[in-house]
Write a protein that binds this ligand. Structure first.
Ligand code: BES
Ligand code: ZN
Ligand code: MN
Length: 503
């Protein structure tokens, strides 16, 4: 399960491992640095492969080369990094993910990886090592908890080869962070991948508690009675139809104090749509409708383990959305924690009801910035494309810019969408303060506007909403993303806590 990671500075042609991963950027010829000596030891096999046109160094390209006893490593995985001048940490992560998954599938237990000495140019040595470790851990993740057949072997030892001896200490620190971050992403993926009969709201709350304990994070869990005492009518309404009671997970990393960042995650452990029942095909993936909550919980644990100075709060309202004789109905009026009343048009627009209460709850912290992460609308998937980008909404340009920078560094794509005031009209209700949906043509903008109503006003704060519905699950393996749950948002949250220490 866990990967043992070391940094060393040895000649590539002397390292004894099951697979030697070598990253090559373009222009690929002439071969440079450590690869020149390696190719010499291999009697020009790498050069020949390139000459034949079988490997060009494109992003995502990976080939196996057998060394026929010329060096101790029996095989090489050559992996492409693309144009050297355009190399970014995320491409290193992608390459590490592709190469390590390939090595793992070839049943290699010991792997050494060398990625070019770009460290001295545009990328810091610590960031390079961190990216390799993150890519390796994320790329080789798999979820086989419910399978009777055992998995094939995992990569047990990863050696990262430093190009310069002076960089070893920096790389070691980067690798340690990478291990915490990569494991956090995989934890979020595993939580999301768990079926809804296992990962009920109380079960997810228990997981959050256990993770918090391990990480040295303070954790408070409100049960259904305490949620009622808080007046969280949105959370309670959605939870009514379920046999499993709701929970509110509250995590706090104290850091060095001050106005905190607050991260909020949608935690619908299963979304049947409620009485506004989804079609069966639309329900299959809805065990992952708590991906936002999983990301918040895992990111907070990582932030604590990294010992970041920033104070950070995590909130995850956990519910299951089911049809039942006690379930909330279309036409019901729900009184929210903020005091606003909401007319329910669709019980399938449940996430925003739970998030609205959490967004209101967040006001007590006087936050420096809030981000909510949610698998909120199918409309966001239609707008931006499945697996392409998440939708970002914000009431504050500076905060939006910070988030885009954090997400960009992590290779987690977010695309900013507008909050035009016309969306308000679409939510107007004859009966209550607002409706919970704007109908088919309101889509993603109205959902964000709905949330904004619970942020602005008294004790308002800089806020951003990330609709990650399209990024919830990967349909195919690519880069460091195996098929399945993505853990989207975990790294952006961690990065935000790292970089936004100025407020
Ligand atoms: N959890 C869904 C959104 C979703 C859809 C996430 C597909 C991931 C993949 C959400 O609760 C939902 O049902 N949204 C409705 C909103 C509508 C009723 C206004 C939707 O998108 O259809
Ligand atoms: Zn949902
Ligand atoms: Mn729904």
């Amino acid at each position: 399960m866990s990967m043992n990671i070391r940094i060393l500075h040895d000649a590539l042609e002397t390292i004894r491992v099951d697979a030697l991963v070598v990253g090559l950027a373009q222009p690929i010829v002439p071969l440079t640095g450590a690869v020149t000596a390696l190719d010499h030891a291999l009697r020009g096999a790498i050069g020949r492969l390139i000459e034949l046109g079988d490997f060009s160094g494109k992003v995502g390209e990976a080939v196996i080369l057998y060394s026929n006893g010329l060096i101790p490593a029996p095989r090489l995985v050559l992996v492409g990094l693309g144009d050297r001048a355009r190399l970014r940490v995320d491409l290193i992560r992608q390459a590490a993910g592709v190469a390590l998954r390939k090595a793992r599938d070839l049943r290699c237990r010991q792997v050494a990886a060398w990625l070019p000495d770009v460290a001295s140019e545009s990328i810091r040595a610590s960031d390079l090592a961190q990216a390799v470790v993150e890519g390796a851990l994320m790329g080789t993740w798999r979820f086989a908890e419910h399978k009777s057949e055992p998995d094939g072997p995992s990569v047990e030892h990863l050696m990262i080869v430093a190009s310069r001896r002076e960089a070893i200490d920096d790389m070691r620190r980067g690798a340690e962070s990478g291990q915490i971050v990569g494991e956090a992403v995989n934890t979020a993926r595993a939580l999301a991948q768990q079926p809804a009969n296992v990962m009920t709201p109380p079960a997810l709350a228990d997981q959050a508690f256990a993770l918090a304990q391990e990480a040295g994070l303070s954790c408070t869990i409100l049960d259904e009675h305490q949620i009622a005492e808080q007046g969280m009518g949105g959370v309670l309404a959605v939870a009514r139809g379920s046999a499993h009671p709701p929970r509110l997970v509250i995590l706090e990393h104290a850091g060095q104090g001050g106005a905190p960042l607050v991260f909020i995650g949608k935690g619908v452990t299963f979304d049947s749509g409620g009485l506004s029942l989804k079609e069966p095909s639309g329900m299959e993936t809805m065990k992952a409708d708590m991906s936002g909550a999983a990301a918040v919980i895992s990111a907070l644990a990582a932030i604590a383990r990294l010992g970041l100075p920033r104070r950070v709060i995590g909130l995850a309202p956990l519910v299951e959305n089911m049809p039942d004789g006690r379930a909330y109905r279309p036409g019901d009026v729900v009184k929210m924690m903020s005091g606003y009343t909401v007319e329910i048009i669709s019980t399938d627009a449940e996430g925003r009801l739970t998030l609205a209460d959490a967004l209101h709850y967040a006001k007590r912290y006087k936050p420096a910035g809030v981000v909510d992460l949610a698998t909120l609308t199918g409309a966001s998937v239609v707008a931006l494309g499945e697996g392409v980008a998440a939708a970002l909404f914000a009431n504050d340009n500076a905060w939006a810019k910070t988030i885009r920078a954090a997400a960009g560094f992590c290779g987690e794509r977010v695309w900013r969408m507008p909050l035009y005031p016309e969306y308000a009209g679409k939510l107007r209700s004859d009966t209550a303060d607002m409706k919970n949906t704007a109908g088919r043509t309101g889509g993603v903008g109205a959902s964000a506007w709905f949330l904004k109503r619970f942020v602005d006003g008294k004790d308002g704060y800089p806020w951003a909403h990330i609709d990650m519905a399209g990024m919830m699950l990967a349909t195919d393996a690519r880069g460091y993303q195996p098929k399945g749950a993505t853990g989207f948002g975990v790294r952006t949250f961690i990065r935000l806590a790292e970089m936004d220490s100025r407020r």
